[in-house]
Design a binder for this molecule. Structure first.
Ligand SMILES: *Cc1c(COP(=O)(O)O)cnc(C)c1O
Length: 389
C-alpha cells in the first residue's frame, strides 16, 4: 500500500515537531495556572507572556493587543460580536458590512447580529474571481457603519483581497475593520500596521500549531464587549484559564512561519503550478475557480462540471488522495457552496467543487499522484453518469 497523499492543509495542518517539542514542558512540568500568584503560576505566566511577545513581534503590534482564544471561529466571533455589541451599548449601532464569500464564523455571526440584535447588514459585491468590487464598497461605506469584516484569503477559492486598501477606506469613514486572516499565516504578510486593520483573526491549526488555539489581534483603543464572561483574563476581554502549552506552541509555530515564509511560499507556489497545469491538461470538464494569480500560494480549487464534489472526494479517497469539496452533504441531499453561488456559478456547477491545498511535507510525486487520481475519479464518475442517463 502506498502512503495516502494529504492535500487538505487549508482544513488543518499537522503540528510541527518543533512545535510539539516547545509545548512539552507545559503539560506536566510547568503546569501551574498562569493567573496564580505562586511560583508555579508565575512560571506559566512567564511562558504565556513570552509567547504573547513573540506573536506581537510577528504582527508588529504591542503585546497587550494580542488576545488568546480557542481558535479562528472564536476570534471571528469575539471581534465581530464584541465590537458590534459595544457600539450598540454606546448607542451607535451602525451597519455591518461584509462580503458574500466569508467563512461561516463571520457570515453567520453577522447574520445573527442582524436577525437577533437588529443590526443593518450589507454585502459588498465580488467579481467572478472573488475580488471585492471597490466602487460598490465605497457606496456602501457612505451609510453609517460600525464594522467591516472582509477576509484576507478565501478558504474555498484562495482569492486574496487588498486588505490595506479596504481598511484604509473603512477608517476614513470612522468605522472599524476586521479581517479573518486564518488562511494567510505563513504565506502572507501579517504586519497589522501595513494592513491597517483594527482586528485580525488567526487560528493555530492552520499554521502547524494544534487545534483549539487562536489569536485575536485587537488594536489598542478599540473597545469590545466580551462574549464569554467569567474571570478577568486577557484584560477582561476573554474569560477562561489560558492554555499555556498550546499558546507556547502557537507562538513557536507563528515565529517559524515568519522565518520560513519565503521558502514555504516558493515550495507551495511551485507545487500549485504543477497541480493546476496537470489538472487543466489531463482532467476532463475542469475549471479553475478563484483568481488565477491573486491567490493563496498553497491553494488550488476547481469545478468539475457535471460531477458531484462529495462523490469525487470519496472516489479520490479510495485512490489514496485526501482533498475536499465545498458543498455540504446534508442527509444525502447535496447543498452547493454559497461562495461559489456568489461568484455566479449555477447550483449544478457549484456542486462539482474540489479543493486541493498543499503543505510543507507535500512533494512533486504527491502532486503527480493527485492529478492521476483526479483524472481517474472524474472519468469514472462521468462514465457512471452516462450509464445512468
Ligand atoms: C479554519 C477557518 C476558520 C475557523 O478556525 P477554527 O480554528 O477551526 O475555528 C475561520 N476562518 C477561516 C478562513 C478558516 O479557514
Amino acid at each position: 500500500m502506498q502512503k495516502q497523499v494529504y492535500l487538505d492543509y487549508s482544513a488543518s495542518t499537522p503540528t510541527d515537531e518543533r512545535v510539539v517539542e516547545a509545548m512539552m514542558p507545559y503539560f506536566s512540568e510547568v503546569f501551574g495556572n498562569p493567573s496564580s500568584p505562586h511560583g508555579y503560576g508565575r512560571k506559566a505566566e512567564q511562558a504565556v507572556e513570552d509567547a504573547r511577545e513573540s506573536i506581537a513581534r510577528v504582527l508588529h503590534c504591542k503585546p497587550n493587543e494580542v488576545i488568546f482564544t480557542s481558535g479562528g471561529s472564536e476570534s471571528d466571533n469575539l471581534a465581530i460580536r464584541g465590537i458590534a455589541m459595544k457600539a450598540k451599548q454606546n448607542g451607535k449601532q451602525g451597519a455591518l458590512i461584509t462580503s458574500p464569500i466569508e467563512h461561516s464564523a463571520v457570515s453567520r455571526t453577522i447574520k445573527d447580529l442582524h436577525q437577533v440584535y437588529g443590526f443593518e447588514m450589507a454585502q459588498v459585491a465580488v467579481d467572478p474571481k472573488g475580488v471585492v468590487d471597490i466602487s460598490h464598497f465605497e457606496a456602501l461605506l457612505s451609510h453609517p457603519t460600525t464594522l467591516v469584516s472582509v477576509m484576507y484569503a478565501n478558504n474555498e477559492i484562495g482569492t486574496l483581497q487588498d486588505i490595506t486598501l479596504l481598511a484604509k477606506m473603512t477608517k476614513q469613514q470612522g468605522a472599524y475593520f476586521h479581517t479573518d486572516a486564518v488562511q494567510g499565516a505563513g504565506q502572507l504578510p501579517l504586519n497589522v500596521d501595513v494592513l491597517g486593520v483594527d482586528a485580525m483573526s488567526l487560528s493555530g491549526h492552520k499554521f502547524y500549531a494544534p487545534k483549539g488555539v487562536g489569536v485575536l489581534y485587537l488594536r489598542e483603543g478599540v473597545d469590545l464587549l466580551p462574549i464569554q464572561s467569567g474571570g478577568s483574563h486577557e484584560q477582561g476581554r476573554r474569560a477562561g484559564t489560558l492554555n499555556t502549552a498550546f499558546i507556547v506552541g502557537m507562538a513557536k509555530a507563528l515565529t517559524l512561519a515568519q522565518e520560513e515564509q519565503e521558502t514555504r511560499v516558493a515550495h507551495y507556489t511551485q507545487l500549485r503550478k504543477q497541480l493546476v497545469d496537470g489538472i487543466l491538461a489531463y482532467v476532463p470538464n475542469a475549471i479553475l475557480t478563484g483568481h488565477p494569480e491573486q491567490r493563496l500560494p498553497s491553494h488550488a480549487s476547481f469545478i468539475f462540471d457535471g460531477i458531484d464534489g462529495n462523490q469525487l472526494v470519496m472516489h479520490m479517497d479510495m485512490r489514496g488522495v485526501a482533498a475536499s469539496s465545498a458543498s455540504a452533504c446534508k442527509t444525502g441531499n447535496p447543498e452547493p457552496s454559497d461562495i461559489l453561488l456568489a461568484l455566479g456559478y449555477s447550483k449544478e456547477m457549484a456542486l462539482g467543487s474540489l479543493r486541493f491545498s498543499v503543505g510543507m511535507p507535500t512533494t512533486e510525486n504527491d502532486i503527480e499522484r493527485a492529478v492521476k487520481a483526479t483524472k481517474e475519479a472524474v472519468e469514472a464518475l462521468l462514465t457512471l453518469k452516462r450509464m445512468l442517463t
